[in-house]
Design a protein around this ligand. Structure first.
Ligand SMILES: [Zn+2]
Length: 315
């Protein structure tokens, strides 16, 4: 009887020991699992962070390429003297003699911003609102929530929403008419969906006289004509597209130097995260233009066409 009790006790102790062992194995296993998943998560997060940085770098370099292209284009644009005189460039800019400023004439200035929405769009919109000025934004396709709100703000605050291609990738959109038309149709329907307004004007990335397109630009202009989309180049460049880092004062000066010459000035500026000088230049630029007595307007159907390749010459 006593022996039975003793062996029962021993068995109980053994069982408890086994249970304890199983328990600690489970706990150790769980701890190991948590450790491994934590390490994996951290590693993945670090990798994600690096990839994000890399993406930002890539985006930055794409913008730089564009700046170079737009810079080249600006330099190749015929001077007003050239287009009024003996320039033999095919398709002269329509801002020659007839667009030269004549005494007593009310001058019109159209501020235009390419490449947005960006981190600076809201700041630009705030300034325009404060100064009660309407402008034109030639935007690209961005599908995040913040960008969608910015497209809506551009429209609801009375500015003109223009297209600048969805992808802004020269090698893609200028590869063929098919690629270009798909991109434009995509951007147009996307902006219509987001804002309720179908944009009807466009600025070619790099301008209509860009030197990167593999396809004859008149093919794209013909397509835009068919779709009743009007394209605009510019005749005044703030200089913010150049690699040269202009100060805000210099940007203002660049604009003021050229605006005096024309009846209609279309001013090229950029709405991009790395263009804070443009934002800083905006208040003094608007004030100087107002002192000059010019009208500051958003592009509409009455705006004089500023096109390096006149759209009506393309049949
Ligand atoms: Zn651009």
């Amino acid at each position: 009887m006593e022996e039975n009790t003793a062996s029962g006790l021993r068995e109980q102790q053994l069982r408890r020991k086994r249970i304890r062992k199983i328990k600690s194995t489970i706990v150790a296993g769980m701890a190991a699992w948590i450790l491994v998943t934590s390490i994996l998560t951290i590693t993945l997060l670090v990798k994600l962070f690096h990839m994000e940085n890399r993406l930002n770098e890539l985006a930055q370099s794409i913008i730089s390429v564009e700046q170079v292209v737009e810079n080249v284009n600006e330099k190749s644009a015929p001077s007003p003297e050239g287009s009024a005189g003996t320039s033999n460039m095919p398709g002269e800019m329509q801002d020659g003699l007839e667009n030269a400023h004549k005494e007593g004439q009310k001058q019109k200035v159209y501020l235009t911003f390419d490449d947005g929405p960006s981190e600076n769009t809201a700041k630009i919109l705030d300034i325009l609102k404060e100064k009660n000025i309407k402008a034109t934004f030639f935007v690209i396709g961005q599908e995040d929530k913040k960008s969608k709100e910015l497209y809506q703000r551009i429209v609801s605050e009375g500015h003109t929403l223009g297209m600048h291609s969805f992808s802004h990738k020269y090698n893609v959109i200028y590869e063929s008419l098919e690629a270009f038309s798909e991109d434009v149709a995509h951007l147009q329907s996307y902006l219509a969906e987001v804002t309720g307004v179908t944009p009807e004007i466009m600025r070619f990335p790099g301008g209509s006289r860009n030197q990167v397109s593999n396809t004859d630009m008149t093919e794209f202009i013909r397509f835009l004509n068919e779709k009743n989309i009007t394209y605009y180049d510019w005749n005044v460049a703030s200089g913010d597209a150049t690699s040269q880092a202009y100060t805000p004062d210099e940007l203002v000066e660049n604009v003021m130097n050229d605006v005096g010459r024309y009846e209609t000035s279309i001013v090229l500026m950029h709405d991009a995260a790395n263009k804070s000088s443009t934002v800083e230049a905006l208040v003094p630029m608007i004030e100087k233009l107002q002192e000059m007595g010019v009208e500051l307007l958003a592009i509409d159907e009455n705006t004089t066409l500023i096109q390096q390749i006149p759209a009506d010459s393309v049949k």
